[in-house]
Design a binder for this molecule. Sequence first.
Ligand SMILES: [Fe+2]
Length: 216
Amino acid sequence: MPITMKSVLAFLTILTLFVVTTAAAAPVTYQAKDFSRLRGMKGFSDQALELHFVLYQGYVKNTNAMLETLAQIASSTPAYAEMKRRLGWEYNGMRLHELYFGNLGGDGKIPPDSKIAKRLTEQFGSLESWANDFKATGAMRGIGWVVLYEDQASGRLINTWINEHDLGHLAGGQPLLVMDVFEHAFIPDYGLKKGDYIEAFFQNIDWKAVDARLGK
Ligand SMILES: [Fe+2]
């Protein structure tokens, strides 16, 4: 059979479709992001940050390991069920750290004409009222996170307490500002003075990053 330009083009089209389909079907392997730009941040020692980066990398590694294992073990086993229950803990441990580091590294000053400043003022009465509630949530006893969530169905902004990594998330909510209040986040630099850590966190918020997460 003679090789014509038409047959070559047809072959290339089929090959491209095969490559695209195969690539799209491949599961994602998560890669730890580099947050070394945060070194030197006021109120956070490099030593504490390095420790925190290593902890974060552990969540990325475990998320990948759990997803790989789940794809291989029999679904009728207790190991499968327990790993399914645990996945959200590891995954959220990974993602929440990325959001947390991602909203740090700024100067803590919220531009008054930004969308986020307007929305917080509308919904909480003033930026101060919102901040007081966010800080009070962080001061609660226990380990976890504070997340300023945007309810995407209504646009309402809600300061939310997340127990550990996985309990208390708002379904369909968009996390705007995330603060780690596990002990490893503040004890290395502040001991039991969690309030001082929260103040340091506020002085380093990157409000441009927070504003960019806003949906409605
Ligand atoms: Fe953490």
